[in-house]
Design a protein around this ligand. Sequence first.
Ligand SMILES: O=C(O)[C@H]1O[C@H](OP(=O)(O)OP(=O)(O)OC[C@H]2O[C@@H](n3ccc(=O)[nH]c3=O)[C@H](O)[C@@H]2O)[C@H](O)[C@@H](O)[C@@H]1O
Length: 435
Amino acid sequence: MSRLDDIPSSPGKFKMEKSTYLNRLRFQSPLTKFAFFSFFLLCFISVLFLRSPPSVYTQSDPSRRSLRTYSYSGPAFEKKLRNSAKIRTSSSNGITVLVTGAAGFVGTHVSAALKRRGDGVVGLDNFNDYYDPSLKRARQALLEQSGIFIVEGDINDVELLRKLFKIVSFTHVMHLAAQAGVRYAMENPSSYVHSNIAGFVNLLEVCKSVNPQPSIVWASSSSVYGLNTKVPFSEKDKTDQPASLYAATKKAGEEIAHTYNHIYGLSLTGLRFFTVYGPWGRPDMAYFFFTKDILKGKSISIFESANHGTVARDFTYIDDIVKGCLAALDTSEKSTGSGGKKKGPAQLRVFNLGNTSPVPVSDLVRILEKHLKVKAKKKMIKMPRNGDVPYTHANISLARSELGYKPTTDLQTGLKKFVRWYLSYYSGGKKSAAR
Ligand SMILES: O=C(O)[C@H]1O[C@H](OP(=O)(O)OP(=O)(O)OC[C@H]2O[C@@H](n3ccc(=O)[nH]c3=O)[C@H](O)[C@@H]2O)[C@H](O)[C@@H](O)[C@@H]1O
């Protein structure tokens, strides 16, 4: 709200008194007169500057902003959007999807897969610098080659979201924009609230009020199982012991999804991803920065749980996750609300998308050593209390029966593909792997 808005707008509440002060003001010298008018001119310019035009977007998270401003209006912008959203004519039952977080790891792969099969895809991403934005730009360039336009903007920008829905009638939203990473939540907690809670609510607010309402599939996380000890993790299990703020915001997302489904009839499917890895992955994840550090000859820390216990993850390969995402979109039913009001019960689902075979982190390192042909300098350390959990293992029977989800890539094969990509992407020192 600008300071000008502080003045009450209803007539009668605030009456301007005719100022006698100005009448009484007499300038003692031309210099005083000049100073007086210069001061007013400056104030006027400042007010104009503060009230920047609505077609220019500035990112709203001051902790991790990119310095760009983005223009998202005009016929050229709309044309790009419409072209990107076009369903291929040969595709008989194509859908039109808004993919948030499209320049992210999972977002890029899902967008490309949708486009390949003929669906209309528009991306949205704020290109923040949580990790090297040049990797996000490279993914964007890749998607551009297949005709996918990524709008540069934040899910907290309600005006932008409304505008996108005004130009394109999206049938589905694949919501992958989020503040990811378990350990970073201790460094920058507000970024998790900003993206995973406020941003999600903003998106749902817009989705509930557009006509027709889209169906929404969104990324939850295996981390919602928190400190649970019963394995494998099932969707039927309680999820009330998050070990990190990240996990807590994803859990909150699931509850928020319930609310919007209940009140507004939005069709919502949450996908609990289990440690997704692969080519074009995230530099903040262990398999990625282990690779970088092993190649540099730097030592890596492998976490152990209490009493030298094994820390393990149900690492899941990106192609399997993409199949799960597409199946979730294809099986999602229509939202039932209109005019911002629920007209009947709507679909509400949560699925585990894991690999069903947990691997100790020390084995992950052994596989990397083999593919990289370099011995790692390893340090075994006690898992710091920073949000990590010792073990994850997905029960995927629900996803198998409802989505036909069936992961097929083991960690050996998946890491081989990752290493091949990593070496070619960062080859010749052209790009230095940055976190
Ligand atoms: O499955 C999920 O829900 C989550 O998966 C990952 O989180 P995480 O499983 O912790 O993945 P990494 O950060 O790559 O860690 C993988 C394993 O390596 C271990 N680790 C990590 C860092 C390190 O220096 N040493 C180490 O042994 C961790 O404890 C963990 O067991 C993602 O970062 C989250 O965004 C995602 O939501």
